[in-house]
Design a protein around this ligand. Structure first.
Ligand code: AMP
Length: 223
């Protein structure tokens, strides 16, 4: 009869735990221990916005003579139809506010709602709509303003903005800047601090940016 093999298990050997040298100083730690804000090297310089977002830009449709003769309408619905492009544009705006505290995002009716709502969720901020007259159900404040092709009014619910809140105003297109400035005025009347304006498209040849100065303007795609 063959001798029974011993079933005794051999204990797996555990590699010795690395002990941290008492000499390890802050400066000799590997880079992954650095606090991103204070000690990490600066990020590589980003490509100019139009270059980086050339593909998203190519998805914006030009519609001549809308809503009236002489206006070249920048139609963003063709960009929204492509999920990756929508994400890229939102991320492009959101990353400009990394490290900044934003309490609220104001979106201007109607296309500003599309980007403003999604941006507020990305920034963990409140979303506040600035609406055309007569749409808001509760008591609201109102301002009148002039756009590239019309005169208009905007309203905001009273009490929508907390005193001292840091706010960004978002819309799809910056043309003359009248709409964004009206939205900012509604914020400021409630004691909010408009820290920036953000747009997907800036029609730089119209010069709206100057109208919004000295508040910083962020835009993703410039014509
Ligand atoms: P403005 O107040 O002149 O800066 O105009 C901005 C507002 O009008 C935004 O809500 C835009 O959606 C709209 N807008 C003005 N011009 C255009 C344009 N050429 N193409 C698309 N939207 C425009």
């Amino acid at each position: 009869m063959a001798a029974k093999k011993s079933k005794k298990k051999t204990k797996p050997t555990v590699p010795p735990t690395t002990t941290r040298s008492s000499k390890t100083s802050r400066s000799s730690r590997p880079p992954e221990f650095y606090s991103a804000r204070t000690l990490a090297p600066p990020p590589p310089k980003a490509a100019p916005s139009n270059e980086r977002f050339a593909w998203a830009r190519s998805l914006i449709r030009d519609v001549p003579d809308f809503p009236k003769p002489g206006i070249l309408f920048k139609d963003i619905t063709t960009l929204l139809a492509v999920p990756r492009a929508f994400h890229m544009v939102l991320d492009g705006i959101a990353e400009r506010f990394i490290g900044e505290h934003v309490d609220a995002v104001v979106g201007v009716e109607a296309r500003g709602f599309i980007f403003g709502g999604a941006l507020a969720a990305r920034l963990n901020a409140s979303f506040v709509p600035a609406r055309k007259p007569g749409k808001l159900p509760a008591a609201a404040d109102r301002v009148a303003y002039i756009t590239e092709y019309s005169t208009a009014e905007l309203e905001m619910h009273l009490g929508a903005i907390r005193e001292g809140a840091r706010v960004i105003v978002v819309d799809d297109v910056l043309a003359t800047g009248g709409t964004a400035r009206a939205a900012a005025e509604l914020v400021q009347r409630q004691g909010g601090d408009v820290v920036a304006f953000a747009f997907v498209v800036e029609l730089s040849f119209i010069g709206g940016r100057a109208k919004l100065a000295p508040i910083p303007v962020e835009s993703i795609i410039t014509y």
